[in-house]
Structure formats: structure tokens, C-alpha cells
Design a protein around this ligand. Structure first.
Ligand code: LRH
Ligand code: MN
Ligand code: MN
Length: 431
């Protein structure tokens, strides 16, 4: 297997932390045993947990005002893949990448797939981009893509999505994620129903092009770039479209795409109930689609979402297999560091949700014991499961302290030498 970070560096760093980790792990094991929880079973589940890295997250994002790129950032999809391999080697929980087209320009898909295979990285959900025009594009998306009043613009957008399926097939992916910025900026600008009808008709064409073993995931978002109305503005429009299109179409929940204070975990529960939960874009948010690091602001919300997911697994909900992906924009941090940290924070929420005593919780719910029910959740959330996460990483050959190893490897400054920046280069793809 091809590696980007010297294994000896990780091993040396791990050896220096192992005694402390073993002591913390044993103490936590004793504590959990008193609650009849087998720490080893939890650690195995933690080790199995994987979340995909977004190819576009490996570069500094930026806002519509400015972008402040760091040195040594990836300049193409192969270099993005290199950084994803680093993130996986250190975190042990990100063995896949979700690409975005045409931001990820690929001449030779088999070479890209082979390189990823060598790093032990899989390609997962392919994201299409019909929210901006590409140079020389014949029919503009200024007034929308799949719902545009212009048939030619709609056809272009449909064809791009079909092309994305083709790219994904060459990479071994099994789903297409569709987010469009279509909408309006002025009341009256758009006929709501006709626009939604055009969107659905376009999506039907894409759905017909899905291979048998593929799924299509629709991402809703309340606003931006359209500031008055957005075509798939919330999970209601999302599930309506997914139901209309068929069983291979599901809804994708991006945590940043809701109004502040929205009960996202309840949306997740509804989507699970109707077999329409396709996956997630994890990030955090205070105001709108801030794309902040996962769990950095609302770790309890993230835990409550995982509480629903683990509950569905516990109940052996049929056809339940949501795709976990990050979708973040890093403005002031090293993207690799943020992605490592975020992946671990999502894994942390999953592990804490495993600690909830489901039967006890169901009992409190039946008895309408609100306080004990809420404490059942809060007690799990309040436990520090860091030793479990660190032990899962250690046993897989990843780093007990991934950020410390990353920094001591000098990876970014090495990349700064190997990846000189073209002063005329545009952004990494984040709008
Ligand atoms: C839209 C979005 C969507 C895009 C990505 C770059 O805000 O969340 O997932 O593909 O950002
Ligand atoms: Mn997203
Ligand atoms: Mn977003």
C-alpha cells in the first residue's frame, strides 16, 4: 500500500503515548463495565466507522468576499487525493473521497482510480455542479439549471448529471448527489409550481440514467445563491421529489442547510421512517450555510442526529445505509487538519450514541419520564470517549494523536515546495 506519512513516525509517536492511553482506556473500560457496556465492542464499532472526505474540502474555501489560500495546497485531483490519503492514514476513519465535477478535472479515470486503490481510498458519491457556468458554456445557469425556463439550459444540466454518473462508474462510486442553486431573488420572479415541475421532469431524465445498483441523493438548502426562494428549499420539497422520482432517489441532509434552531434530528427520523435517508454532508453552522468544522459549535445536535441513526440500526431498520460525508469550507485553518479533526468529531458522536441504553430509554419514553429520558441521552453525551477513539486508531496503525503527527511530519511545508502555486490559479472550487 502506498503511503504519504512515514509509518515509523506514527509508530514512534504512538509508542510515546501508549502507556497513558492504556491507563485511560482501562479506566474508561471499568466505568463502562459498571453500566454493562463492553468497551471492546464499542471500540470495534468505532474502528469500523468511516466518513468520506469531500475532494473540494482539501483546499482553502473562502467566502464571496475573499479567499486566503495557504501554501502547499493541492492543485489538481491527484494532489487532493494525496491529502485525502494523509487524512486517512492519520485518522483511520476516512477511507473514501467524494468528488465534485467539473471542479475535479480528470483526463484518465482509470489512472485516478488506480492511484486511489494504491492508497486504499475508495470513491463515493459523485457531486454534480450546475450552480455556476463553465468557461465557454453555451447556455447559462444564471436563471437556474434543472428548472431553467430554457429547455437548452435544462438539457445541458441533465447531460452534465448523466456524465457525472459515467465518471462515477469509472471510479467505482454508487451514487450521485444533486444540489442545485436554482431559485429566485424576487417575489413573482418565478412560478413556484411550474419551476418545480420543470425540475422534476429534468430529474426524471437523470433518474432514468441511473445504473441498477446506484442511488441518487437530493440535497436541500434553504437559501443561497437564490435569496428569495430555492427550488428544493427544505426536507419537505426534498422528500416530495424523492418520493416522486422513485426508490433509488433519497434525500441528503447537509447540516448547514437549515434555518437556525431547526430540529434536524427529527428530520433525520422522518427520512429514516420513510426509507428516504440517503446520506449526510456534515459540517457545523451558526447562521446559515457556514460550512464550519463538524461538531465545532453544536456537538450535542450532532450527537442527537447519531442517536437517531444508532437507534435505526438497533431496531434493524430495513434498507438503512446512509452515506456519511463531510462538506466543509476551511477559511483560516489548514484544510487537512480541519478534516482530520472533523472526521474524528463525527466518529465521536457516533460512539457516544452507542452508549445510550436503548431499552432504558424506551422505558422512560413509555412512562413519560421526560427527565430520566433526557438524562439517558445527556449521560452518554457527557462521557469522554476519547480513549476509545484513540485506541481504535492505534489498533489500525493510525495515529493516537493525529494532529501532532501531522504537524511533526512537516507535510504542508514539504508540499509548499512540491506544489508551487500558479499566481493566476482560481480557487479550489468553492464558490
Ligand atoms: C451547497 C453545497 C453542496 C455543494 C457544495 C460545494 O451549499 O453544500 O453540497 O455541492 O456545497
Ligand atoms: Mn453540501
Ligand atoms: Mn452547503
Amino acid at each position: 500500500m502506498l503511503r504519504r506519512i512515514d509509518e515509523a513516525l506514527i509508530n514512534r509517536a504512538n509508542q510515546s503515548l501508549l502507556n497513558e492511553l492504556e491507563a485511560d482506556y482501562a479506566a474508561l473500560g471499568d466505568k463502562l463495565a459498571r453500566q454493562n457496556i463492553d468497551i471492546e465492542a464499542i471500540t470495534r464499532s468505532a474502528a469500523d466507522f468511516q466518513i468520506a472526505v469531500p475532494s473540494w474540502g482539501t483546499g482553502t474555501g473562502g467566502t464571496r468576499f475573499a479567499r486566503f489560500p495557504g501554501t502547499g495546497e493541492p492543485r489538481n485531483i491527484f494532489e487532493k487525493l494525496e491529502d485525502c490519503a494523509v487524512i486517512n492514514e492519520l485518522s483511520g476513519c476516512t477511507d473514501s473521497v467524494s468528488p465534485h465535477f467539473p471542479w475535479d478535472k480528470v483526463d484518465d479515470f482509470s489512472e485516478l482510480k488506480q492511484t486511489a486503490d494504491e492508497y486504499g481510498i475508495k470513491w463515493v458519491s459523485v457531486n454534480s455542479n450546475t450552480f455556476q457556468d463553465q468557461p465557454g458554456q453555451e447556455h447559462s445557469y444564471k436563471y437556474g439549471s434543472l428548472s431553467n425556463t430554457s429547455k437548452e439550459a435544462r438539457e445541458l444540466a441533465i447531460q452534465h448529471n448523466l456524465d457525472c454518473i459515467g465518471y462515477g462508474q469509472q471510479l467505482g462510486a454508487k451514487s450521485l448527489t444533486v444540489w442545485v442553486g436554482d431559485g429566485s431573488n424576487h417575489p413573482g420572479q418565478q412560478h413556484f409550481q411550474r419551476a418545480f415541475e420543470r425540475y422534476l421532469a429534468s430529474m426524471e431524465q437523470i433518474y432514468k440514467g441511473l445504473p441498477d445498483d446506484w442511488e441518487m441523493h437530493i440535497e436541500h438548502k434553504m437559501f443561497e445563491p437564490a435569496f428569495y426562494s430555492t427550488i428544493i428549499q427544505d426536507w419537505g420539497s426534498n422528500i416530495l421529489a424523492a418520493m416522486q422520482l422513485g426508490p433509488k432517489c433519497k434525500s441528503l441532509v447537509d447540516l448547514g442547510h437549515h434555518a437556525p434552531n431547526t430540529n434536524i434530528e427529527m428530520i433525520v427520523s422522518r427520512l429514516i421512517q420513510f426509507k428516504k435517508l440517503g446520506g449526510f454532508h456534515f459540517n457545523d453552522s451558526k447562521y446559515g450555510d457556514d460550512d464550519l468544522d463538524s461538531g465545532s459549535l453544536h456537538p450535542y445536535q450532532q450527537f442527537l442526529i447519531f442517536n437517531e441513526l444508532v437507534d435505526a440500526e438497533y431496531r434493524k431498520e430495513q434498507d438503512f445505509n446512509p452515506a456519511y460525508m463531510l462538506d466543509q469550507s476551511h477559511n483560516v485553518t489548514d484544510p487537512a487538519e480541519s478534516l482530520i479533526n472533523s472526521a474524528i468529531e463525527v466518529q465521536r458522536s457516533f460512539v457516544k450514541a452507542l452508549l445510550v441504553n436503548r431499552e432504558a430509554l424506551y422505558g422512560y419514553q413509555e412512562d413519560n419520564d421526560a427527565l430520566m429520558a433526557s438524562l439517558e441521552l445527556k449521560n452518554a453525551f457527557n462521557l469522554d470517549v476519547s480513549p476509545i477513539l484513540a485506541m481504535a486508531r492505534y489498533r489500525k496503525g493510525a495515529a493516537i494523536n493525529p494532529l501532532a503527527v501531522y504537524r511533526s511530519s512537516g507535510y504542508r511545508s514539504k508540499m509548499a515546495e512540491l506544489r508551487p502555486r500558479d499566481p493566476n490559479a482560481t480557487g479550489s472550487g468553492i464558490v
